[in-house]
Design a protein around this ligand. Structure first.
Ligand SMILES: [Zn+2]
Length: 303
């Protein structure tokens, strides 16, 4: 049962086993006369503010992938399907689909909380029905449907987690480099050394590197500069903009690596070197890094 405690996304924390018995069903049986439609009973639970964010009763639906460990099963709604709670429509958090039925985004769990009857312990009937508006296009599959109490983490909590991990990483880096030298290096010294290695590495030495102080996602000035812990580049993006984008789209790809590298919130680190560039050049949109890791205002070439 423990696998039900796997979070759907880095922004959610299941806080207990499913509320009631999970239901296994096949998508091609929905709406056919020989089978009953997928129905589960859900009792109204206390929800609301939690130390990590907001507690909700979520309706989750995992697509079975036989041969893979249960924890690898991902949230997906059968298609085409509509939800109902107590016989009234429940808008499911469904991603757009291509005409082939293939997902164009990421399906997500649906918050049942506002649809449940008032009063803790009240009975609710949650059902999935075939939508008559579209012909089935997704291949038949087996799904597991269940309701669960889940905390959706607030932005402040996720930001604080990233900042805490960043402090731990930097502390370890400074300790590692401090052991070799006589004068203990500052965080900025260690980061600048990393930048110099980046500029000298890769076989081709770079003597000028442009840094964009605007976030590649929002094009607004970066406030908290982060990148993935495995990202090789100096360029950062804005922590809050990235988290908002990832929460909305379910995509966790570094916007600087052009999606080639994953950047889950747990892998994000604040960059003190980039923060220094932002601090020193409050009015610039772009600055230039020289091979010694010094940061300069961009000088327009003489005409
Ligand atoms: Zn990257």
């Amino acid at each position: 049962m423990h696998s039900f405690l796997d979070a759907e996304s880095p922004f959610s924390v299941p806080i207990g086993p499913p509320l009631g018995t999970p239901l296994l069903f096949r998508s091609d049986h929905i709406g056919d006369m020989a089978h009953t439609q997928p129905v589960i009973k859900v009792l109204t639970h206390p929800t609301g503010a939690h130390e990590l964010g907001q507690a909700q009763v979520q309706l989750r639906c995992l697509r079975a992938e036989w041969g893979k460990h249960f924890s690898a099963w991902r949230h997906e709604w059968p298609f085409p399907v509509v939800g109902r709670v107590n016989y009234t429509p429940l808008p499911l958090t469904q991603a757009q689909r291509y005409t082939t039925g293939k997902l164009a985004g990421v399906d997500a769990a649906t918050d049942l909380t506002p649809h449940l009857r008032a009063g803790v312990g009240a009975d609710n009937v949650v059902a999935l029905q075939r939508s008559s508006s579209a012909a089935p296009t997704a291949p038949p599959a087996t799904y597991v449907l269940f309701a669960q109490l889940v905390v959706v983490k607030s932005e402040a909590v996720v930001v604080a987690e990233v900042q805490r991990r960043s402090a731990v990483t930097l502390h370890a880096l400074v300790a590692e480099h401090g052991a070799a030298g006589s004068r203990p290096p500052t965080v900025l010294d260690v980061c600048a050394a990393g930048v110099r290695r980046f500029l000298a590495g890769g076989g081709v030495a770079i003597d000028r590197l442009a840094l964009n102080l605007r976030c590649p996602l929002s094009l607004q000035r970066i406030r908290v500069p982060v990148k993935g812990v495995a990202c090789p580049h100096v360029q950062c993006f804005d922590l809050r903009m990235y988290l908002a984008y990832a929460r909305k789209t379910g995509r966790y790809e570094c916007p600087v690596c052009n999606g080639r590298r994953h950047a889950l919130p747990a892998a994000l680190r604040v960059c003190p070197y980039f923060a220094e560039a932002l601090r020193r050049f409050p009015d610039e949109d772009e600055v230039e890094v020289h091979s010694d890791a010094s940061i300069h205002r961009v000088v327009a070439p003489a005409a």
